[in-house]
Design a protein around this ligand. Structure first.
Ligand code: GLN
Length: 475
């Protein structure tokens, strides 16, 4: 077996048993990144640094130390700050930005002994669903290079799927962990809002952004999640209470899985529907009770998301002005020139679209009609999910309405790309945890993902439900 084919947990066991070293695993991983460069999964590969970290990990292990991720090569999305390593957000604006500090989650990874392979490519400022909006080069799907990787954490998902890392960190504002995970046949967990610190995550929409793991198995996702979660005084929204409200489900007897009809409406591809229905049948056969439920406000979620997220983005991105943050355009003579030219030159088209949309919905005269109404809709959406989840352990549905689409489509029709977020964004609006798990392939061999959505801080319930499915039906 190739080292890179091992699961993350398998690698840790093998290293603990002295069968392989972190240097070997890291070299093998770096070789994959070289051979698969054309997939565009990384913006930056930290080869030398990773090997140094691997050597140090091997020494610690030899000295008897045991840590959950000691010596494990992991990729970090390029909107998560890494001290001394360029963090670009896949934007020209931050092309040369080297953070002077590590994000909270990176500190956590380091203290668990992980090796950072590099910084994963993404949609610029995490805005997009295909990872085609990277200012540098697009990410290609790990299964079919003519298809999109999904986004915005496309690089993270492809790195995990194509053995260029044992796991990766992504971020999910409206689906950016789950959708690329589903498009590449890997597992992605979007944690409950506030379970993982956002300190050091470059902000897109602060009330929705959440960091989480992507890996090839559910168990590997759990291992990374257990390391990165936790309270952080450096993030004012970080949750200080009990993060482990879930339970480790071992039998489906007496469990209730909710199916909300809105997740199976018009626009859902037949093969995706069929795959998710098979998964539902599996849970039923295992003894779970399938309960029909409804999220009445579901139809408002997509519009609500694009209003709220763009509003927050327009505010968060106002700091990139060529003065305080980011690059400055050449040849500016006045302060207005600096703002105008720098923002014109260094933001891509999609980012500009969001900034304009955000400024529009926040502008006086339109504020009540858009932002305020979206905020009210958010309350309804939250309440409907709460109600639906009070009667079951988890909700099940598709992660995305289709499998990975052909490259170039998001640029051709941005609104169609927004529609693809229909099943993921409601979860961010409600602040809930959700996991995307592979549930088969479509006729063209493209992976399909299903989504399990849970109650706040019940990640373990989702992970264990997903694991039961993976054990019986997974690859
Ligand atoms: N596709 C969504 C968007 O473009 C979600 C992005 C994300 O979760 N970062 O906004």
């Amino acid at each position: 077996m190739k080292i890179t084919d091992m699961t993350l947990l398998g690698l840790v066991r093998a290293m603990d048993a002295g069968e392989v070293t972190s240097v070997e695993a890291t070299e093998a991983t770096l070789k994959e990144t070289e051979e698969k460069k054309d997939l565009g999964a990384y913006v930056t590969v930290c080869a030398e640094r990773a090997l140094e970290e691997a050597k140090a990990a091997d020494a610690r292990r030899r000295a008897g130390e045991r840590l959950p991720l000691l010596g494990v090569p992991i990729a970090v999305k390029d909107n998560i700050c890494t001290e001394g390593v360029r963090t670009t957000c896949a934007s020209r604006f931050l092309e040369n930005y080297v953070p002077p500090y590590d994000a909270f989650v990176v500190k956590k990874l380091k203290s668990a002994g992980a090796v950072t392979v590099g910084k994963a490519n993404m949609d610029e400022f995490a805005m997009g669903s295909g990872s085609e909006y990277s200012a540098f080069y697009p990410v290609k799907n790990a299964v079919d290079k003519t298809r999109v990787a999904g986004g915005s954490s496309g690089g993270s998902a492809v790195a995990a799927a194509s053995y260029q890392a044992f796991a990766a960190l992504g971020s999910d504002t409206g689906g950016s962990i789950r959708q690329p995970a589903s498009f590449n046949g890997v597992v992605g967990l979007k944690p409950t809002y506030s379970a993982v610190s956002r300190n050091g995550l470059i902000a897109f929409a602060s009330s929705l952004d959440q960091i989480g793991p992507i890996a090839r198995t559910v168990g590997d996702c759990r291992a990374v999640y257990d390391v990165i979660k936790g309270h952080d005084a450096g993030d004012s929204t970080s949750y200080a209470g009990d993060l482990d409200k879930g339970e480790r489900v071992t039998s489906l007897k007496g469990r209730r899985i909710g199916v909300a009809k809105e997740f199976f409406g018009e626009g859902l591809d037949g093969e995706v529907r069929a795959a998710v229905e098979r998964a539902i049948a599996f849970y039923a056969e295992q003894g779970a009770e399938i309960v029909e439920t409804s999220i009445r406000s579901f139809d408002m979620a997509l519009a609500c998301y694009y209003i709220l997220s763009s509003a927050e983005a327009s505010s968060n991105l106002s700091r990139y002005d060529g003065v305080k943050y980011g690059r400055r355009a050449e040849g500016c003579r006045t302060i207005d020139d600096i703002y105008y030219k720098s923002r014109t030159e260094f933001f891509g088209a999609e980012v500009k679209r969001r900034i304009m949309l955000g400024n529009f919905v926040l502008s006086s005269g339109y504020y009540d009609a858009f932002y305020l109404r979206a905020s009210k809709a958010r309350t309804l959406i939250k309440r409907d999910f709460e109600q639906a989840l009070s009667g079951c352990d988890a909700l099940i549905g598709p992660t995305a309405p289709t499998t990975a689409y052909r490259s170039g489509m998001s640029e051709a029709d941005p609104a169609a790309a927004y529609l693809g977020d229909v099943y993921t964004v409601p979860v961010n609006i409600a602040g809930l945890p959700a996991i995307s798990v592979p549930c088969g392939n479509g006729g063209s061999g493209l992976p399909i993902g299903m989504q399990l959505i849970g109650r706040p801080f019940c990640e373990e319930t989702l992970l264990s439900l997903a694991e039961i499915y993976e054990k019986e039906c997974g690859r």
